[in-house]
Ligand binder design. Structure first.
Ligand code: ZN
Length: 240
């Protein structure tokens, strides 16, 4: 059995479709979403519809949470704020209810999923180094946990100490724990514009991050046509 684990879709339909197609071709039959389905790009409703039709385990991201509130957006940077105002206006009450009911942490079979970090899942802090990862590992009770939020794929391994792996493919070993960022499907920020997600191959006990090309031009055109900030289209090509 193979799981496709994706997140930070951020309403980028073209990227999301490319990920699902690649996952299907690679033999994935199960899907898991680590949150941030909406925010930034032009297709929040369509991306939500697909995730709901997959009937897969999903955890809530900070943008999913922000999208259902009507609180002030002053704390956000201007780009995120404009995108969030746009997104809030477009989501149907039923879609907001779905997002509102998502949990912050879930266990799926023998692994865990969370959007940001296990130590403060609703605090939306970022795991960007091994010390952040160590804090999360102290709340990780399964061997394997997938997360997102930083939009940068990374594998942290906990043996005697916690270290990031040089590689984005890992074979799970007994006695070790793994905290794996699957990267962002819809808005990567590691300098590579291609959509990112991970495949968990249960039989072979292997996790591999994959990068997938998609119709970025179409996604960018839609952002501009929707009246969203042009920078949100531009940054997709930069992978930032
Ligand atoms: Zn995100």
């Amino acid at each position: 059995m193979k799981y496709a684990v994706f997140g930070d879709i951020h309403a980028n339909l073209e990227a999301f479709q490319a990920v699902l197609e690649d996952a299907e071709n690679a033999g994935c039959t199960e899907h898991v979403c680590v949150g941030d389905i909406v925010g930034y790009a032009a297709d929040p409703n369509e991306c939500l519809r697909i995730v709901r039709e997959l009937e897969c385990p999903v955890v809530k991201g900070n943008h999913d949470e922000e999208a259902i509130l009507d609180t002030s957006l002053e704390g956000l940077n201007p780009l995120a704020r404009q995108a969030m105002e746009w997104t809030r206006f477009r989501l149907e009450p039923e879609e907001k209810e779905y997002l509102g009911n998502l949990k912050l942490v879930r266990q799926v079979k023998d692994f865990t999923i969370v959007h940001a970090t296990l130590d403060t899942p609703g605090g939306w802090t970022y795991v960007t180094n091994k010390f952040d990862a160590m804090a999360s590992f102290s709340y990780q009770f399964t061997q394997l946990c997938f997360y997102g939020h930083t939009h940068t794929p990374r594998i942290y391994v906990k043996g005697d100490s916690v270290e990031p792996s040089d590689d984005l493919s890992v074979r799970l070993e007994m006695g070790r724990k793994y905290f794996i960022n699957v990267g962002s499907a819809g808005q990567p920020r590691d300098g590579d514009w291609r959509a990112s997600y991970a495949i968990y191959d249960v039989e072979n006990q292997e996790v591999t991050v994959r990068r997938i090309e998609y119709d970025i031009q179409k996604a960018q055109d839609k952002i501009v046509e929707a009246g969203l900030p042009e920078m949100l289209a531009h940054r997709l090509s930069l992978g930032k």
